[in-house]
Design a protein around this ligand. Sequence first.
Ligand code: MN
Length: 694
Amino acid sequence: MITSSELISLVKGYDPNASEDLIRKAYIFAMEAHGVQKRASGAPYFYHPAEVAKFLAELKLDVQTVITGLLHDVIEDTPVTFGELEEIFGAEIAFLVEGVTKLTKINYTSSDMHQAENFRKFLLAISKDIRVLIVKLIDRLNNMQTLNYVTSIEKRKKISRETLEIYAPLAERIGMSIIKEEMEDLAFYNLHPEEYSAISLRLDRIREKDHNFVQNTILELERVFKDAEITAEISGREKKIYSIWLKMQRQNVTLEQITDIVAFRIIVNTIQECYLSLGVIHTNYPITPGKFKDYISIPKLNDYRSLHTTVIGPLKQAIEVQIRTKEMHRVADEGIAAHWSYKNDEVIPGKDDPKNYSWIRSLLTILQSSGSSEEIMAHSKLEIFENEVFCFTPTGDLIALPRGATAVDFAYEIHSDVGNTCIGVKINGKIVPLKTVLRNGDQVEIITSPYQCPEVVWERFVVTGKAKACIKKFTKAHEKSEFIALGLQLVRYIFAEANVYFSENLIDLKNFACSSMAKFYHDLGKGVILPESVRSMVPNSEYRVNVRDNYICLVDFTPGIAVHFSECCSPILGDKIVGIFVHKKGIEVHIAGSECIEAKKGFMIKVKWNQHDEVDATFIARLRIVIKNETESFAIITNIISNNGAGITNLKVEHRSTEFFDLLVDIKVKDSNHIGEVQAALRACSVVQSVRKL
Ligand code: MN
């Protein structure tokens, strides 16, 4: 295990200003915090964070990151709190450690590829600081390196699968290919031990057979470069076992058929020399057409730069050659971590916050692009990613939604039936309003009731197309039946006004271009057919009647569809009211005699709240109240109602779940203001989820 002095001198080697005290303090703090805890190997637990810190220092990461490596498991595995870390090591380190802890707590369980991509994005979204992700990757790499000590094969496979599907692709995306490759090989070894050893054995044999091939090729290339007077480091590098296996799967070939098991690397000092070297290779050896790639002019999204070409090499065998500068080489291996230390070399005083570096921005572009690293769509994808929020179902499935999405959007995302019947929601175990905007990592539990149906107001706060479409679809269907009902009442009303008894055979559908009575009622209710045109066609029938009390009764309609309450005078139950027929809308209800009526032109209709509409000193209003299913809930709401001078005349539990009671309550109130007061008082109460006047 690395000692604190060794770690300090390692960090001092690239950052002479690093605080020796802080590193030592963190080293001792973590060692003491983990105390006698042991790893699966039987070694002291502290070996693990010490190894992680050492790796981070070898990558030349900033001192805060190295210290985060030392402390990364103390919040999760020891009694140490965020507050203590903040007090001792400052806000930045505490924030980084907390970030790693958050990532650790998230469990990836799905085997669905789409879920894997969501999950990777989610990790990125909650990492906030890229250093959190780097520490997490190194943590995972060290766990993979010691995975053979874990006795449960199931557990080893689960961790390996997670590494292969989540962490290795993340490492690749930030360009840390050394880490990615080691993770992949370790995971592959645990998941498919037989395939792993088969390839490994055959590689040994090929190496034995071609013992001198690599060495002789390098010697030949060195001679050619010496003649061309270019200083170059030339080496041969064998492909990793997992990537050989992938290639065998993809191209359906045997190991012996893969020609580029070894790639030759030519590392030079300048970009100019890269192209000169390419010229040297292409003039000395025949090129294999179609294999040349210039990642210097067009770097990969993870900033990988290099020239690739395949030629028939000095030993008359196809070889892949990669040409790059030293800096490109480091970036190819370490990705973002290499950038970090390079930029740290040229820190401008006062501007040394790594988060300000412009490359971070380009890095975000890389992270956010979900497809292959060669996709050029980076910029358009950036937006998509920033606009997403990731939440969990109670069973741990991850749901991606656009930013600003609410609990209702979440419900519809699960299933349209869940959305259509959702009555309440628990976020992270707490009951909150349905319009609550979701945040990254929220665990969302939707509560449904068979009596619930989509409410028109939902349309105002949902953001997903699916939720909008479902609510619209529901209201559309509902709308149709409301307009038909209104049309039927209207035609009766118009006939009654002319003292003619209405019967369907008195309507000539041809006059209204309607194919059915239902269509006629609907169009009349909606105001496509004007009431005046119906009135002008009332026949002089012998069936004359004398209707004394002609009106349309509002109790049959849902407000907001075919019947609308005027927003200028806002009538409520108990007010004396009048209806105005509005073209293509239905009926608008106003308080009788209010000023706003004068501005309106239209067919006036007598309307009543209900059959016994005469405004009494007291009347009954019906409320639909959803309350939390808690022992005190009933007592609390009955108290509120009586404290506000109203009385309950009837109460019915329409539906109960473990979370909610869905109630219909009839209450006796003095006037329309009174019912408003009672509703307001109920809404202000914490056990009340919603109140609606029916
Ligand atoms: Mn750890």
